[in-house]
Design a protein around this ligand. Structure first.
Ligand code: ZN
Ligand code: ZN
Length: 360
């Protein structure tokens, strides 16, 4: 196959038709000195893909190919690339650019850079080209956001770690998750199940907090030490002011009693929200934080350093993402996104068989 001048991807043309995928050719951004072209092997399906395509997070640039849990092979590297070698198996997550020069970038906080760009749906400055994600033949990415995948980690296991895994891992390590700590994970979905796996791998006591007990058996299989069902009366009482850290992956705030959740935290302990529900969010009052002086915050992805550490930890400890593999194609994409929209997956779809659609 000749080296492609254009890439091919499964794009959606409007929010109103968000489950109709069209196999289109598109122009990637111009190849830069630090860029790596990656031939994609598989890609995880993130909740963001649904929120973005369906317009739930607001207007988007269509046509758009989403997907930001990408694994593939580096087939071309720019003349100034030092971090990646041609032929290497690599991954790309949800972020594809930051300035690398500002205060945040220089402190391992490049995911908070004011110039950060997303892997899909972002407009590249100067060119006006909209970044396209991993439901595609190839992706072109600056080396800083291209991560070598350790040999011990299968591609389909690694893919979901690049967004969901990192989203859970970064707030865990930044907020002291480790031996002797009691950590809560709210919501057992794509991010939540990786949160349980990583929090256990880091040595903490881990509790899953879900609405009902429907996922209790899965939580235990994932290694959770305990399970709380927030729909049960008085569910929080036995655990009030005992948690050191809670990472919330909740995807909806319908009927969410934030006071009951925050009551679980020890003095000055932290609540980190990483789920991004559609809609107006929740109201909190200062009084909510008084009883334990707790902190309420959020977290965005993670740094390159954290990504590499996370992948190595996963390889060393044999961490296994729970995945359902589905060959990429227009019909399968429509089904997979509708199932994800309903929460009908345990716990991550990974699109595979790229060679059948895009050639070897
Ligand atoms: Zn994502
Ligand atoms: Zn920056």
């Amino acid at each position: 196959m000749p080296y492609p001048e254009t890439f091919t991807g499964f794009q959606v043309h409007s929010a109103a038709t968000w489950t109709e995928f069209h196999k289109n050719e598109f122009q990637p951004k111009p190849f830069g000195d630090y860029d790596v072209d990656i031939k994609i092997e598989c890609c995880g399906v993130c909740g963001s893909d649904v929120h973005t395509l369906s317009g739930g997070w607001g207007p988007q640039h269509y046509p758009l190919a989403v997907g930001h849990e990408i694994i593939g092979t580096a087939i071309r590297v720019g003349p100034k690339v030092t971090l990646i070698k041609e032929g290497q198996r690599v991954g790309v997550g949800a972020q594809s650019y930051s300035c690398l020069e500002c205060r945040q970038c220089k402190n391992d906080n490049e995911t908070y850079c004011r110039k950060q760009l997303d892997t899909y749906g972002a407009v590249w400055p100067d060119t006006g080209i909209v970044s396209q994600g991993g439901y595609s033949s190839h992706v072109r990415t600056h080396e800083h956001w291209v991560f070598p995948i350790p040999d011990g980690l299968p591609s389909a296991v690694a893919a979901p770690m690049l967004c969901a895994g990192l989203t859970a891992y970064s707030p865990l390590v930044r907020n002291g998750c480790g031996p002797g700590k009691k950590v809560g994970i709210v919501g057992l979905g794509g991010i939540g199940h990786l949160g349980v796996l990583f929090a256990k791998a880091l040595g903490a006591e881990v509790w899953v907090i879900s609405r009902t007990r429907s996922k209790e058996a899965d939580a235990k299989k994932l290694g959770a030490d305990g399970f709380l069902a927030a729909s049960e009366p008085g569910w929080n009482e036995p655990h009030v002011m005992t948690f050191d850290l809670i990472v919330s992956t909740a995807n909806s705030f319908d009927g969410f009693d934030v006071d009951a959740y925050l009551s679980l935290l020890d003095v000055h302990a932290r609540w980190v929200s990483v789920g991004l529900p559609e809609g107006d969010g929740i109201k909190v009052r200062s009084q909510t934080f008084l009883a334990n002086g707790c902190f309420f915050g959020s977290s965005h992805l993670g740094s390159r350093r954290e990504t590499l550490e996370m992948l190595q930890l996963a390889a060393d400890k044999g961490i296994k993402t729970w995945v359902e593999e589905v060959p990429i194609g227009d019909k399968n994409l429509a089904q997979v996104l509708q199932r994800l929209h309903k929460g009908d997956v345990r716990y991550r779809f990974v699109l595979t068989n790229y060679q059948d659609q895009f050639g070897a």
